[in-house]
Design a protein around this ligand. Structure first.
Ligand code: UT7
Length: 332
């Protein structure tokens, strides 16, 4: 008779224990974007809500921004970094296929032996990371997990492409997820639609680009993405509320991926969010930072006094893939 395998179980509940972010120093106003594309400040503001964005300088690498956001989140949580059992970095702009940047982040934050890997889930990356962390803690494979979303999209943006040049930006955000006395993270509603993989994508593979002088920038067919996000993602957000047993009026905050102010407003209307629910509008000053946008928006709301500890927030990420994920979280 062969031996039975011992199974592992984790904490009954998990929650977000700390949130942090890193905003690059350099502010890039619409005027600078207009030096390279035929557009106008009015068009950019009315179509996307963006007034300015942040672009990373040379020293603000994916590693540096990740480490700063992670340290901020760890400080917020009060957790000793040595206790972190896994580091997840969600990004599409770490420009090395291997190794994962998460291993270096783990060393620099003081969790040098933690399990570490990167996730490629574009603008849903932060919500994917939080979902994985939630399951790991409850499944017993880690006690504390650092979930980071980081992007240097300016590296992959063609400054002369008017369908993308004004949108994408840089930054990092992070959450420490760990055991909790009551559920701090609702069930994730997530999925993908690979039939639409071409609407936002890298123009060509690194291999194809290697033989030419063309750097493979991102391309986006914005309007189909806009329509998908405005209609389908409101349904996903509603499902995340339903499975968490939370009603729109119970919410304090709505923090969707900062893709476009009009998408945010369309979702807010469809979800019939009452006026007391504060809505993240970080895109105005930060642009679209993909996997980093949700934690960046949460820290901005905290700094503005709009978000506080204990608040119930609906978060939803969506983007290239197409991929999406939504859940209700309680703020630390
Ligand atoms: O983060 C991951 C997910 N990404 C998103 O969710 C992005 C979703 N998409 C969007 O945010 C929007 O589609 C954009 C902001 C990118 C564009 O807004 P839109 O309302 O979808 O514009 P459109 O592409 O339908 O273009 C409308 C018009 C066109 O002109 P005509 O054909 O009406 O004469 C475009 O040629 O605007 C023109 N246009 C521009 N005009 C000035 C397109 N880009 C520009 C520009 N400046 N930069």
């Amino acid at each position: 008779m062969s031996a039975t395998i011992t199974s592992q179980t984790g904490a009954r509940y998990a929650g977000v224990l700390g949130i942090g972010s890193y905003r690059p120093r350099r502010v890039v106003p619409n005027a600078e974007i207009l030096e390279h594309i035929d557009s106008s400040d009015e068009w950019i503001q009315t179509r996307s809500g963006i007034k300015e964005r942040r672009w990373a300088s040379e020293d603000e690498t994916v590693l540096m921004m990740s480490v700063n956001a992670a340290k901020d989140a760890l400080e917020d949580s009060g957790i000793d970094p040595a206790q972190v059992g896994c580091v997840i970095v969600s990004t599409v702009t770490h420009l090395y296929q291997t190794p994962a940047i998460a291993t270096r982040v783990a060393v620099e934050v003081g969790a040098p032996t933690a399990a570490a890997f990167d996730v490629s889930a574009a603008c849903a990356g932060f919500c994917y990371g939080v979902a994985l962390a939630n399951d790991m803690i409850r499944g017993g494979s880690a006690k504390y997990v650092l979930a980071i979303g980081v992007e240097r999209l300016s590296d992959l943006t063609d400054r002369t492409d008017r369908s993308t040049a004004f949108i994408f930006a840089d930054g990092a955000g992070a959450a420490v997820v760990g055991p909790a006395d009551e559920p701090g993270i609702g069930p994730v509603v997530w999925g993908s639609d690979g039939t639409q993989h071409e609407v936002i994508s890298q123009k060509e593979s690194w291999q194809e680009a290697a033989g030419s002088y063309n750097w493979p920038h991102l391309r986006m067919d914005g309007n189909p993405v806009f329509r998908w996000a405005s209609f389908e993602m409101a349904k996903t957000a509603q499902q995340a509320l339903d499975v968490a047993g939370v009603k729109a009026e119970d919410l304090d905050l709505f923090v969707p991926h900062q893709a476009n102010m009009r998408i945010t407003d369309a979702m807010r209307r469809t979800l019939k969010l009452p006026d007391h629910v504060k809505v993240a509008r970080d895109i105005e000053r930060q642009g679209n930072t993909s996997a980093a946008s949700i934690p960046l928006a949460i820290t901005a709301m905290r700094e503005a006094g709009e978000a506080k500890s204990g608040d119930l927030a609906l978060i939803i990420g969506f983007g290239a893939g197409l991929v999406y994920a939504a859940q209700v979280i309680r703020l630390p």
